[in-house]
Design a binder for this molecule. Structure first.
Ligand code: GRF
Length: 214
C-alpha cells in the first residue's frame, strides 16, 4: 500500500516537485494527499496544481501560532495521512501540533529535510553558514521532527564535497540537487520497508544506501 503524505511548503517548492516527479515516474509509491502552505503566494502552490494535487493555502500572517496550527490540523484531518512531509516549511511546529502525529512507538510522523549534515548548521541559512564557515564537505539530512528546531532522529544523510572553485551559488546548487535525489528515495524506503528500518529499530537487515559522497 502506498504511504499517504501531506507536503507542507512555504516557498519555491523544488523539493515538493522532486517528490511529485518521483511519484509520477513510478519511483515513489506514495500518494500526495494534499500540499499545504502557510504562504498564499508560495510558488509551490501553483506548481502543485499542475500535478493535480489539492493545494491549500492557510495564511499564517496575522494569526497567532496556536490559531494557525489549529487551522492546519483541521485541514490535515480531512486527509488520512501517514506522514507530514516538510519541504521548506518555514514555521516551527509546536509540541501540541506534533502530538497530533504521535506514533505509538513515541516518534512523531513528521519528516523534514535540512540542507546540512546535522547536527552541524541548524537554522534557516544552513547553506550560507556552512559555506562561510569553510566546510570541505556538506550535505543534506532527512530527519524526524521533534520538539527542537532542526533536531530529531536522523533517517538518512547524503554528502557532497565543496570544490575549490565553488561559489555560494554553485555550492547551493549541488546541495539542492542532492536534496532532490535524497528526499524521494528516503520516502520510498519508508513506503517499501517502513520507517523502522531507517530508525534502526527494525529486526530486518539495514542495507540502506541512500547517500553518496561525490
Ligand atoms: C531546502 O533547502 C530545504 O532543505 C530547506 O528549505 C529549502 C526549501 O527549498 N528546508 P524548496 O522550497 O524545496 O525549493
Amino acid at each position: 500500500m502506498p504511504i499517504s503524505i501531506a507536503i507542507l511548503v512555504s516557498g519555491r517548492g523544488s523539493n515538493m516537485k522532486a517528490i511529485l516527479d518521483a511519484v509520477r515516474a513510478g519511483e515513489l509509491d506514495a500518494k500526495v494527499a494534499v500540499v499545504l502552505s502557510n504562504n498564499p503566494d508560495a510558488e509551490a502552490l501553483e506548481l502543485a496544481g499542475r500535478y493535480d494535487v489539492p493545494a491549500v493555502a492557510i495564511a499564517s500572517k496575522g494569526k497567532n501560532r496556536q490559531q494557525h496550527e489549529q487551522e492546519v490540523l483541521n485541514c490535515l484531518a480531512k486527509y488520512e495521512v501517514d506522514f507530514v512531509v516538510l519541504a521548506g516549511y518555514m514555521r516551527v511546529l509546536t509540541p501540541s501540533f506534533l502530538q497530533a502525529f504521535r506514533h505509538s512507538a513515541g516518534y512523531f510522523r513528521v519528516i523534514n529535510i535540512h540542507p546540512s549534515l546535522l547536527p552541524a548548521f541548524p537554522g534557516a541559512n544552513a547553506y550560507e553558514d556552512a559555506f562561510n564557515y569553510g566546510v570541505k564537505v556538506s550535505g543534506s539530512t532527512v530527519h524526524l521532527v521533534d520538539e527542537q528546531v532542526d533536531h530529531g532522529p536522523i533517517l538518512a544523510q547524503a554528502a557532497f564535497t565543496r570544490l575549490d572553485s565553488d561559489t555560494l551559488e554553485s555550492f547551493k546548487g549541488r546541495g539542492l540537487a542532492l536534496e532532490h535525489s535524497l528526499y524521494p528515495k528516503v520516502l520510498q524506503q519508508i513506503s517499501q520497508d517502513g520507517i523502522e528500518l531507517l530508525l534502526g529499530t527494525s529486526s530486518k537487515p539495514t542495507a540502506v544506501s541512500l547517500g553518496e559522497t561525490r
